[in-house]
Design a protein around this ligand. Structure first.
Ligand code: 5AD
Ligand code: SF4
Length: 380
């Protein structure tokens, strides 16, 4: 097939889930653009649809299956990302219109897989690439950025924390740190292309390590780069944040004074069952320290309601913690059992009706707190 014909193969990349997936979709688009494909802006003109998926909650998976079904076999469908890793070859049984399945560690193989399918009319064949564990550094050098002013930079891949409810360590593999110098080079080249705002990304950015270089040192080095106007980062784990890091947030002039610090629960027994590595008291002490050091800093969090065996009193403890801290914002999730995880084996589970009730209660509580804080700031 000539290059001209290849260009006709428009690909539409549809992204689900977290910021890591948003960045992975840019990488996918960059790799495919370099291989001669046209990246479509909508699904209409595209012959190939890539679903870059999330497996963190069942709900996200259900949506993808229903969307894949809606194409009724009219497109070449690729299941990519965390759900691909979760389902592996079972994806082909679940929906026969899926042509290829590629896990998050194997996205660099996409051009090769697509070429097999489109060049050699392997449409009837199913291609499955979910075995890898390491992504080559080159994937970060495609120069593809959706937004010309802002981009996200991956500093570490995977996670080894094994929070008992979480599927991420199983689908994205163990924690791997990118080299300090590679990260700086990627940022330098993004800044040279006109981007001025950067967000550093990792499942747990505070665990970053390259020899004796840690996350605080990385923040300082990035903050010093010419052409950078604003710097953010996402996500922090409470067990790994400390005084030096808070001081850096306060001192570095380009750093946004916001911290997303997922607490998940306010009850010690549940935190232990979740394998989070901190107690309610530890968490509150870190919040106090952050607030003391980072003047005017905002704080957001994640909460899971209805973790297996969570009692009414323990749920009340989470509500009390939310009120005590006064988060500027919070993502409230209903617990969703995930394959392979330790939590999925804990019984008894909380009934769906009760989970819904707790979810709504915390949503309302947080909404009231967020509004109150917004008004307070507006009055200043
Ligand atoms: N069920 C519900 N919420 C979950 N999260 C992760 N795994 C699950 C699960 N099995 C939430 C956590 C995490 C956020 C990204 O998603 O709150 O911080
Ligand atoms: Fe999942 Fe915990 Fe890792 Fe976050 S830190 S990705 S919740 S295992």
């Amino acid at each position: 097939m000539s290059n001209k014909e290849l260009e006709k193969n428009e690909v539409f990349v549809r992204t689900f889930g977290c910021q890591m997936n948003v960045r992975d979709s840019e990488i996918i688009s960059g790799l495919l653009r370099a291989a001669g494909y046209k990246i479509a802006l909508t699904d209409k003109e595209a012959k190939i649809i890539i679903f870059n998926t999330c497996a963190v909650r069942q709900h996200a998976e259900d949506r993808v299956w229903s969307l894949i079904g809606s194409y009724k076999g009219t497109k070449i469908i690729g299941l990519v990302g965390c759900m691909a890793q979760n389902y592996q070859e079972r994806a082909f049984d679940r929906d026969a219109s899926v042509s290829f399945v590629i896990g998050p560690q194997d996205i660099h193989k996409l051009p090769e897989v697509l070429s097999k399918i489109t060049h050699h009319s392997l449409l009837e064949r199913k291609v499955w690439e979910t075995q890898g564990s390491i992504r080559p550094e080159e994937i970060y050098r495609t120069g593809f950025h959706q937004d010309q002013a802002h981009t996200q930079i991956v500093i570490s891949e995977g996670c080894s924390n094994f929070c008992s409810y979480c599927v991420v360590p199983y689908v994205r593999g163990p924690l791997r740190h990118r080299k300090f110098q590679s990260i700086i080079e990627e940022i330098r080249s993004a800044l040279d292309s006109g981007i001025s705002r950067i967000t550093l990304l990792g499942q747990n950015v505070n665990a970053y390590q390259d020899g004796d270089l840690d996350f605080t040192k990385l923040l300082k080095a990035v903050n010093a780069l010419n052409g950078l106007e604003e710097l953010g980062f996402f996500t922090s784990h409470p067990k790994d944040v400390h005084l030096e890091f808070f001081k850096a947030i306060n001192e570095l002039d380009k750093l946004t004074k916001t911290l997303h610090l997922p607490v998940q629960s306010g009850a010690d027994r549940i935190l232990k069952l979740m394998n989070r590595g901190y107690t309610r008291k530890d968490y509150l002490a870190k919040v106090t320290s952050y607030r003391k050091i980072v003047e005017g800093g905002t704080l957001t969090t994640d909460i899971i309601v209805g973790f297996p065996t969570e009692s009414k009193d323990e749920f009340e403890e989470t509500k009390a913690l939310i009120s005590e801290v006064g988060f500027n914002g919070a993502y409230i999730f209903k617990y969703s059992p995930r394959p392979n995880t330790q939590a999925s084996k804990i019984v008894p589970v909380i009934l769906e009706k009760e989970i819904q009730k707790r979810h709504l209660e915390i949503l309302n509580l947080q909404r009231a707190i967020s509004n109150k804080l917004k008004h307070k700031h507006a009055k200043k």
